[in-house]
Design a protein around this ligand. Structure first.
Ligand SMILES: Nc1ncnc2c1ncn2[C@@H]1O[C@H](COP(=O)(O)OP(=O)(O)O)[C@@H](O)[C@H]1O
Ligand SMILES: [Mg+2]
Length: 280
């Protein structure tokens, strides 16, 4: 997989292979203390202005936020408090008006649109309230789409898309179109499409907003499982406390600011033995 190629490359952590003639570095007598790893995501004093002049609106007012790899964060707050704006910035769908966004320790200010797009495709998966699947297109083809954009050969695309659909419990439904699937199943297809590229971060904006309570909880069990089993970092907007209760941290926005930021020491753990996938 090619790393994203912004002008200042995001580190992959893999050191270049040393030249064969290079002697090994001398071993230190005592190992240096390991520095604390940079947070995966760091916002410092981030503001966002929409419009200009008389109609300018300050949607984010100096947001500071640090998120470590593997965290599952629920973002709550009243309508209009800046949750979606923050998600759009975090997912490189938009840029801040002021302040700093560091991803994997690398500042993203000043990157060009196409560089941000590369970063987005490499590291982020998105799930929205409306599922945004292509109609008249099978679940398998919908999930394959991000890999088509990556130029992956058909055989590898099929294999990866099948694996992603299996991970969301939809193997029997591969060849069904969205119209033939329930809302919960459609959101599962959208989640499979979001994870098929093996992103590091899943951004979910009200992923259960269009679902009944039972399907909503099933989707949360799935998302929590992906976070725990794959170390996927999840940032999820919701206005429902019983949905936010699956996350391990709760950030509340009010009026464009982070009003509170607390760990959730006891996230909901769904009961095992789910219904068979086809029954969802
Ligand atoms: N593209 C835009 N142009 C102008 N104002 C916007 C735009 N997007 C959002 N806003 C405004 O910014 C504020 C925050 O919006 P948003 O981030 O969507 O809030 P939330 O997701 O918390 O409901 C709202 O007052 C909204 O009307
Ligand atoms: Mg919103």
């Amino acid at each position: 997989m090619n790393p994203a190629a912004p002008s200042q490359p995001v580190q992959t952590g893999a050191a270049a292979t040393p030249a064969p003639a290079t002697p090994a570095a001398p071993a230190h007598a005592a190992p240096a203390p390991t520095p604390a790893p940079a947070p995966l995501i760091e916002l410092r004093g981030v503001s966002k202005v929409y419009g200009q002049g008389q109609t300018a609106f300050l949607a984010l007012k100096g947001v500071d936020l640090q998120i470590a790899a593997g965290e599952f964060v629920a973002i709550m707050g009243p309508s209009g408090s800046g949750k979606s704006t923050a998600m759009n910035l975090l997912g490189c769908l938009d840029t801040a008006s002021a302040g700093e966004y560091r991803f994997r320790g690398v500042p993203l200010q000043g990157l060009q649109r196409d560089e941000l797009a590369l970063l987005r495709r490499q590291y982020f998966g998105f799930v929205f309230q409306g599922f945004y699947l292509l109609a008249r297109t099978t679940a398998l083809e919908n999930v394959e789409l991000p890999l088509v954009y990556r130029g992956l050969p058909a055989k590898q695309r099929h294999a990866a898309a099948r694996a992603a659909l299996a991970a969301v419990g939809l193997s029997p439904w591969e060849h069904h179109t969205p119209a033939e699937l329930s809302g919960g199943q459609q959101q599962r297809v959208a989640i499979a499409r979001a994870i098929v590229t093996e992103p590091q971060v899943l951004l979910a904006d009200e992923p259960t907003g269009n679902l009944d309570s039972q399907r909503g909880h099933e989707i949360m069990a799935l998302i929590q499982g992906l976070s725990r089993e794959r170390g996927l970092t999840v940032l999820m907007v919701t206005h429902e406390p019983d949905i936010a209760a699956y996350a391990s941290r709760l950030v509340r926005f009010v009026d464009g600011r982070v009003a509170s930021d607390q760990p959730n020491p006891n996230p909901v753990v769904p009961a095992p033995a789910p219904a068979p996938a086809g029954a969802v």
